[in-house]
Ligand binder design. Sequence first.
Ligand code: SF4
Ligand code: SF4
Length: 117
Amino acid sequence: MPAPPSANHTVVWLQPEAPAKPAEGAPCNGCGLCCLSEPCPLGVLVSRRRKGACAALRWSDADGRYWCGMVADPAGVTGITHPWAVRALTALARRWIASGVGCDARLDVQAVPPVDR
Ligand code: SF4
Ligand code: SF4
């Protein structure tokens, strides 16, 4: 049985269809666990918080994975809709979050069984 949540554990709620987290260094598959655990520096700015899930994280039913909203839909996250600003935000976000680099999240993932209510 998994250990109960403690100061060293974070419980996140994720889509049941989300892919399992790959090994560190493997290509990012959009499992979303890093961004659900805590926002990255860019996520701190857009979420206005340092803990909890990033407000910019977006789930895609079509793709069966999470995407960073600052890359996939910066206008939807920020409300800024000028095309040049959206392009600049996307480019900035890609560089800032090191998009395309392998998974850099050191997380020990443990599934918690659903609780009967
Ligand atoms: S960086 Fe890793 S933990 Fe974060 S979404 Fe990608 S695969 Fe998941
Ligand atoms: S990568 Fe994107 S969704 Fe994830 S924490 Fe950073 S800003 Fe938020």
